[in-house]
Design a protein around this ligand. Structure first.
Ligand code: SF4
Length: 390
């Protein structure tokens, strides 16, 4: 079980991004972050009372660009969380960082603050593609960041990559994968670009101003990631994630196993005492709410056992190892066959899932139709019509 902390500040908005973050001028950045850090502490204490003693094993700082926080303030926050919440002695502590703003001194400060895993928003190794999506960094800054982190003693490094970018060819993607693998990070996340409504990129696409790779090329890119990274020694362990043996992201595994987690910060989503909550994406509303000691939820719902089973299957099928029947039975007292027998049979007949060594997992074909597989476990929707194709 772990803690997610959302840090909603960015240097500039990327054209494809719909994560909640704000660009703050230098004049008010310091006072705003100070206030935000006070609220985060209040929120942590609020959940400490609800959480109890269950050991926490991970902290993940996401955003936004959490590495924009002054390192001494980040270190204070980490120390506070580790003191006030029931953390194990050596939690995985991940921070997302932007190659544009990660300096050598910054990497050393992260290590001194206790950060032991860094996720770099690399996205692509072609400068023109980076520019086209509004990223501030250049490709060479990715390798400089990796070197700085290693010099600072942080070896557990993820590179986020995106395929399906405007103007990106399969050949571009292959170069990106090759250059990423050559840096030998412990972990690589390969996400398909999603055109999020309301983003500039979606509007440009709608207006015919940008061209995206077609579906066949995108499928080829995904297949290429699998073959190239596996031959470079990476395990494909989740639909979009690859790692060197033993280097899976422990924090994200909590999500894929549908485990409880505390989430702090505006727009953060948590799962505590069977209550699934999303904080409103509203920085000033968040600060005001915690001035009076209250959460500022966008949504907060109690999750029943049936819903928890559905969620466990839906997110669990993203893992290449799938969902273990024994674990499901241990958690819920029934087999997944008892609950979803009809749906599983249909998925098996379509060749999308298979049961191997006591676990239900996606097949090669199912990987490309993951939304359809996950959607089948959502009760109340029609069989196999519950999710679209990826
Ligand atoms: S840096 Fe990350 S969070 Fe910020 S706008 Fe770009 S993609 Fe979004």
């Amino acid at each position: 079980m772990g803690v997610y902390v959302h840090i909603p500040f960015c240097e500039q908005k990327c054209s494809y991004c719909d994560f909640y973050s704000v660009v703050v001028g230098a004049g008010e950045f310091s006072s705003l972050t100070d206030n935000y850090l006070v609220s985060l502490r209040q929120e942590a204490l609020y959940y400490r009372a609800l959480w109890g003693d269950s050991p926490l094993t991970t902290i993940f700082f996401g955003g936004g660009t959490p590495s924009l926080l002054p390192p001494e303030k980040l270190a204070d926050l980490i120390a506070f969380l580790r003191t006030e919440l029931p953390f194990v002695t050596d939690p995985e502590i991940t921070i997302e960082a932007n190659p544009h703003s990660l300096t050598e001194a910054g990497a050393e400060a992260l290590a001194a603050a206790g950060v032991n895993r860094v996720s770099l928003g690399a996205q692509s190794f072609q400068d023109d593609l980076l520019k086209a999506i509004g990223r501030l960094h250049r490709a060479e800054q990715i390798s400089e960041s990796v070197r700085s982190l290693r010099r600072a003693g942080i070896d557990n490094i993820n590179l986020d990559l995106i395929f399906g970018l405007p103007g990106q060819s399969v050949r571009h993607w292959q170069e990106t994968l090759e250059q990423a693998a050559a840096l030998q990070p412990t972990h690589l996340s390969c996400y398909a670009l999603i055109l999020e409504p309301g983003t500039p990129l979606a509007a440009w696409h709608e207006a015919g101003l940008v061209q995206l790779p077609n579906d066949d090329d995108q499928a080829d890119m995904y297949g290429l990631a699998r073959s190239l990274l596996r031959s470079a020694g990476y395990e494909h362990y989740e639909i979009s994630n690859f790692c060197l043996p033993g280097c899976a992201c422990q924090h994200n595994l909590l999500y894929w196993r549908n485990r409880p987690h505390i989430a702090l910060g505006t727009a953060a989503a948590g799962y505590v005492n069977r209550c699934r909550y999303i904080n409103a994406p509203d920085l000033h509303g968040y600060l005001q709410s915690w001035q009076s000691g209250n959460p500022n939820y966008l949504e907060c719902e109690q999750v029943g056992v049936e819903q928890e089973m559905d969620d466990t299957m839906m997110v669990g099928m993203r893992l290449i190892a799938g969902v273990a029947e024994e674990e499901f039975r241990h958690r819920f007292g029934v087999s997944y066959w008892d609950v979803y027998g009809e749906e599983i049979t249909e998925l098996v007949e379509r060749g999308l899932v298979v049961e191997v060594e006591g676990s239900l997992r996606v097949t090669e074909q199912g990987l490309f139709l993951e939304n359809m597989v996950s959607g089948a476990f959502l009760r109340g929707a029609g069989p196999l019509d519950k999710g679209g194709a990826k």
